[in-house]
Design a protein around this ligand. Structure first.
Ligand SMILES: Cc1cc2nc3c(=O)[nH]c(=O)nc-3n(C[C@H](O)[C@H](O)[C@H](O)COP(=O)(O)O)c2cc1C
Length: 148
């Protein structure tokens, strides 16, 4: 079965909750989803063997947390060229991180990114039913790019 990696960082838990719902969406589409924290990924081998990748980070100080930047340098060596991808994160007022991550995945890693674009979700919506559904839909949309 094709496998989707969801790698994320979360300080207060909202982006982690998004990651869980996105994984549900991937599974609803009939694919395997594996969740990893960006901090747990030490080398490009930890990103190998997945058919699609969805990366997530919250926005702090108008950017992504430094650990996510380090993670993206590791991901650069993972040969993700052409694989389906997406990027997400929770925020309160600007939500820059998912945009930057999506941009790097598209233009540096040359991944085939979801037409939905980067997915930023206001923090207070993460625990609402609409927020949950939006996350599930995002996961499903990336997974559906794996259908032959
Ligand atoms: C010190 C600090 C700085 C923040 N800076 C931003 C920001 O620049 N833009 C934004 O949209 N949200 C900002 N936020 C809000 C967080 O992005 C928001 O709380 C998010 O849901 C946290 O995600 P997490 O629970 O996954 O850590 C900031 C929060 C804190 C505590």
């Amino acid at each position: 079965m094709k496998k989707v990696l969801i790698a994320y960082i979360s300080r207060a838990g909202h982006t982690q909750q998004m990651a869980d719902y996105i994984a549900e969406g991937v599974r609803m589409a009939g694919f395997e989803a594996e969740l990893k924290t960006a901090a747990a990924i030490k080398t490009e081998k930890d990103i190998a063997g997945y058919d699609a990748c969805i990366f997530g980070a919250p926005t702090y100080h108008r950017t992504m947390p430094p650990i996510m930047e380090s993670f993206l340098f590791i991901a650069q060596k993972a040969g993700l060229n052409g694989k389906p991808g997406g990027a997400f994160g929770s925020y309160t007022h600007s939500g820059d991180a998912p945009l930057h991550i999506f941009d790097t995945m598209e233009h540096v890693f040359k991944m085939t990114m979801t037409s939905l674009g980067p997915f930023k979700l206001l923090e207070h919506l993460v625990d609402m039913q609409d927020g949950m559904r939006a996350c599930q839909n995002y996961g499903r949309s990336v997974a559906q790019m794996l259908v032959d």
